[in-house]
Ligand binder design. Structure first.
Ligand code: PGA
Length: 240
């Protein structure tokens, strides 16, 4: 795993945006795997800036998002549909038909997950996947457990994740207890992966991630089995 340690969040956000921008320029009809959470917001801001300056064109880019709460409607302001639209899609020229986010109200979640998985393959696979990392090591909503799942699936959120994400909701009991998420195999099939982490709260899981080992107790460590992963973190996440 390649590791880039930055002094500040702004630096981390620019490093991540530069890698994304290079992929978009190299393959203007490429497939981006995108993530929500607070960490990638600075990276999205930089990509928007590059687009506004005419340096980037998203006209033929396709996107697939990692996950979505279940059940939650796309127009709920806590949904990841809403987040992506606000933080990125409404500010660049990506075509609506090229945006793919799991449907948090799917009547048949199993079929929704299967279709999503097929669609990624039909589009040639993900060229670059952006990941955040949960305080418990989750990537997407692949939570620490005895078993992890390979394909896109419906999953229960852990207490830790519900607590961490409750900061965005009015009260903890409003946080959905389930989510649809890409599986570990879906993520690991991506050709290139960048994983972003900032702040002391991520130090424990980041220090495990940079060890040459894999454990289902920290799902992000599975990235050690992938040939092209770059961890971009700040000093606090790296050093504690
Ligand atoms: P965060 O979330 O970027 O808001 O810290 C990361 C995650 O839970 O994957």
């Amino acid at each position: 795993m390649k590791v880039i340690v930055c002094n500040t969040y702004d630096e981390l956000s620019m490093e991540a945006a530069k890698i994304m921008a290079a992929t978009i320029k190299e393959k203007p009809d490429g497939v981006l795997g995108l993530a929500t959470g607070s960490t990638p917001i600075g990276m999205y801001d930089n990509l928007i800036e590059m687009y506004k300056k005419g340096e980037l064109d998203f006209g033929n880019i396709k996107t697939f998002n990692l996950d979505e709460y279940y059940p939650l409607s796309a127009d709920n302001d806590q949904s990841y549909h809403y987040f992506m639209n606000k933080q990125l899609f409404s500010q660049i020229n990506v075509k609506e038909e090229n945006i793919h986010i799991l449907d948090g109200l799917a009547e048949n979640p199993e079929k929704e997950c299967e279709d999503f998985e097929k669609l990624i393959d039909e589009n040639g696979g993900i060229d670059i996947q952006v990941l955040g990392i949960g305080q418990n090591g989750h990537i997407g909503f692949n939570e620490p457990d005895e078993k992890l799942y390979a394909n896109t699936h419906l999953t229960d959120l852990t207490e830790n994740t519900i607590k961490a994400n409750s900061r965005f909701f009015e009260k903890e009991s409003d946080v959905p207890t389930k989510a649809l998420t890409m599986g570990m195999g879906t993520i690991l099939k991506s050709k290139k992966i960048i994983i972003l982490a900032n702040g002391k709260a991520k130090h424990k899981v980041v220090s495990e991630l940079v060890q040459p080992m894999i454990t289902t107790n920290n799902p992000a460590t599975f990235l050690n089995a992938h040939a092209d992963v770059t961890l971009i973190c700040d000093k606090e996440a790296f050093e504690g």
